[in-house]
Design a protein around this ligand. Structure first.
Ligand SMILES: [Zn+2]
Length: 258
């Protein structure tokens, strides 16, 4: 039977964990698959591993700012907009800035932000917004090639495979999961770190947990990990939720002057 869970007025602290599935509709490629990044940019698969640094920096400059610009041109999806209008906090594995463009203000970015540059040196905390351009040099994207703070090379602020997640974003994500009364995983399989850790953390802290996924990879496992599994398109499910949530909050039907 289809799960028809909807948020109610008892859900005051809603946290959304979002992954690539939410942005796919904005035309952003996923990593794998025939239309994925690896197929489009064969050199990028190697460049996405931390071990390829610093030689891979030109590849990273060539790809990430242009993907960020492409996301900005496509704009947020109906799912991003619904999340922003529900005023939920967001923990995202996406690097495209679309939650912020949709109007979400509380966003923890676990995998970085393709709209920013950072320093190659882990311990240096220099970071700056970039202006996406075309090319394989930092200067092509409006940022210096050498870190103004320490002189090390700069790079897109995107977390590569085998790199640590940013500690501040991870701490914030864990705090949001502990404080949530409704934790909703959207477009992410929920089996890899940190998604695998955040939903159980939220549940152990008393939250209701929900997975929204058009095709869950492991439906049986998902039903064990989440209180509700909604097999459906997030761009239909979330706007429907938003109408319920904002209908309740603004009491439209009871307002004689509305
Ligand atoms: Zn630096």
């Amino acid at each position: 039977m289809a799960d028809t869970f909807r948020p109610g007025p008892e859900h005051r602290r809603v946290v959304f964990l979002t992954g690539a599935g939410l942005s796919a509709r904005a035309g952003l490629p996923t990593f794998r698959g025939p239309d994925g990044l690896w197929a489009m940019h064969p050199s990028l698969e190697r460049a996405m591993h931390a071990g390829a640094l610093p030689a891979s920096i030109p590849d990273l400059w060539r790809v990430w700012p242009s993907l960020y610009a492409q996301a900005a041109r496509s704009g947020p999806t109906p799912g991003h907009r619904a999340i922003a209008r529900m005023r939920g906090a967001v923990v995202t594995q996406n690097i495209d800035g679309l939650h912020q463009l949709a109007g979400s203000t509380d966003v923890a970015e676990l995998h970085g932000d393709a709209g920013r540059a950072a320093c190659l040196e882990d311990r240096c905390h220099w970071s700056a917004p970039l202006l996406p351009g075309e090319g394989e040099r930092a200067e092509d994207h409006g940022v210096p090639a050498a870190c103004p703070a320490c002189g090390a090379p700069t790079r897109p602020d995107v977390v590569l495979f085998d790199e640590m997640l940013p500690a501040d974003a991870l701490e914030r994500a864990q705090r949001l999961a502990r404080e949530a009364d409704l934790f909703v995983s959207v477009g992410t399989s929920g089996v890899v770190f940190p998604a695998a850790q955040l939903a159980p953390l939220a549940r152990a802290s008393g939250a209701t947990t929900v997975l929204i996924d058009i095709a869950p990879e492991d439906p049986v496992g998902a039903r064990a990990r989440f209180d509700h599994v909604i097999v459906g398109d997030a761009h239909e499910v979330l706007p429907a939720w938003e109408r319920v949530v904002n209908g309740v909050r603004s009491a439209t039907f009871l307002d004689p002057f509305g």
